[in-house]
Design a protein around this ligand. Structure first.
Ligand code: S3P
Length: 439
């Protein structure tokens, strides 16, 4: 979202120690805002991610007439307007860098009585939206996109939505969630079947708001016409943000960190399983449930890693963590092979190409493939990395410096603020030697 350019300079020789509470979960923050806005009554949220992505969702609902107090140190009070209570915004809804906001909101806005126009930054304006506009059209929605199926999206209101039974061609929680949100407004029972398990925060949160859903195997169904009832949501720390510290603590000499109050929903813990298969020393402590989501403290100690063939079933469960996992693979002994991850090519950047380029710039043998990467573990050198404005690329290469022989300079890091605004402060506090500068 920010136009100002930020560069990180990370020196080798740092470590990671101590207890760290990383930023609130981005996926859960978006959903808390959306369902809170559409509920009857006041929803109190704690741990809300004050990152640009979830703040874009918050601003969009404010623009549609929802009274939202905060955020104030992660606390937000949302005065829900009910499923039919949103009002037309005066201008475009600018969703910045946030694919989750655009894809989920296109579903719920398709059910409104008014028109909306959704726009985003350059990265978001390149990302595929047909994966949501096609099934929404089958439900009777009218959405205009660019000729190549991208934003801006004009969502025409006043359409009568009908339920569909949809088998998703790709494993995407965003598509599933979009259709479930549209399903709240459709006549009949909307069912979505996923080809592989994806994050289920929408399903859990609909239940927390008292909305009946049916789940069987890989299929989830909602029937339109019920209502959401306000509740309290405690947003745990984001495992996707914790992942950088898990990798950093695994690869840095003598490191030991405890990541506190992290969401460990089994649809998100692929990164733990993959790192453990590589030999990482990761232990879950104080496992508990908070707000319908499993939570734990995660202790990570430095350990020698080795390369693996990443099991296909773990790919959707770690889909946002591959930039960090690639850095772990670069520091591991032997070869790591990832397949079945073509979705990485359509994230905030083409994460296969951008990570391979960056690893090569540091002297690692990394071969991008159509749907993954082959990485030979080796010695990381110094180098200059272009993050392409992708928050997770910037944070992954920050951790790489813990094992590099010289400094790593990372360009275009402003978007770290989309998901992890305190990253530099927390990383420095835990022992990384880094400096962020403007320009
Ligand atoms: C998200 C789902 C994932 C993930 C994204 C957040 C969500 O995207 O990459 O960061 O909150 O539903 P896909 O559903 O496109 O895989």
């Amino acid at each position: 979202m920010s136009n100002e350019s930020i560069t990180y300079l990370v020196q080798p020789g740092g470590s990671l120690r101590g207890s760290v509470r990383v930023a609130g979960d981005k996926s859960i923050s978006h959903r808390a805002m959306m369902l809170g806005a559409l509920a009857e009554g006041i929803t109190e949220v704690t741990g809300f991610l004050e990152g640009a992505d979830s703040l874009a969702t918050l601003a969009a609902f404010r623009a549609m007439g929802v009274n939202i107090e905060g955020p104030n140190d992660g606390r937000v009070r949302i005065h829900g307007v009910g499923l039919r209570g949103l009002k037309q915004a005066h201008g475009d809804l600018d969703l910045g860098n946030s694919g989750t906001s655009m894809r989920l909101m296109s579903g719920l806005l398709a059910g409104q009585a008014f028109d909306s126009r959704l726009i985003g930054d350059n990265s978001l304006s390149r990302r595929p939206m047909q994966r949501v506009t096609d099934p929404l059209a089958k439900m009777g929605a009218r959405i205009d996109a660019s000729g190549s199926g991208t934003a801006p999206l004009r969502v025409h209101g006043g359409q009568k939505l009908r339920a569909i039974d949809y088998a998703m061609p790709m494993a995407s929680a965003q598509v599933k969630s979009c259709l479930l949100l549209a399903g709240l407004y459709a006549e009949g029972r909307t069912c979505v079947t996923e080809p592989a398990v994806t994050r289920d925060h929408t399903e859990r949160m609909l239940q927390a708001f008292g909305y009946p859903i049916e789940r069987q195997g890989g299929t989830v169904c909602v029937t339109g016409g019920a209502q959401l009832t306000a509740t309290r949501i405690d947003v745990p720390a984001d495992i996707s943000s914790a992942a950088f510290f898990m990798v950093g603590a695994s690869i840095a000499e003598d490191a030991e960190v405890v990541l506190t109050h992290v969401g460990v929903n089994p649809t998100r813990t692929g990164v733990i399983d993959i790192l453990k298969l590589m030999g990482a020393d990761i232990r879950l402590e104080n496992e508990r449930v908070a707000g319908g989501e499993p939570v734990a403290d995660i202790r990570v100690c430095a350990a020698p890693l080795h390369g693996i063939d990443i099991p296909l079933a773990l790919v959707p469960l770690a889909i946002d963590e591959f930039p960090a996992i690639f850095v772990a693979a670069a520091c591991a002994k032997g070869r790591t092979v990832l397949r079945g991850a073509d979705e990485l090519r359509v994230k905030e950047s083409d994460r296969i190409q951008v990570m391979a380029d960056g690893l090569k710039a540091l002297g690692i043998v990394a071969e991008p493939t159509r749907d993954g990467m082959i990485i030979e573990g080796g010695k990381l050198g110094r180098g200059l990395i272009d993050s392409h404005g992708d928050h997770r690329i910037a944070m992954a290469f920050t951790m790489a410096a813990l094992r590099a022989s010289g400094p790593i300079e990372i360009l275009d890091c402003a978007n770290v603020a989309t998901s992890f605004p305190d990253f530099v402060t927390l990383a420095e506090g835990a022992g990384l030697k880094m400096r962020a500068s403007e320009g």
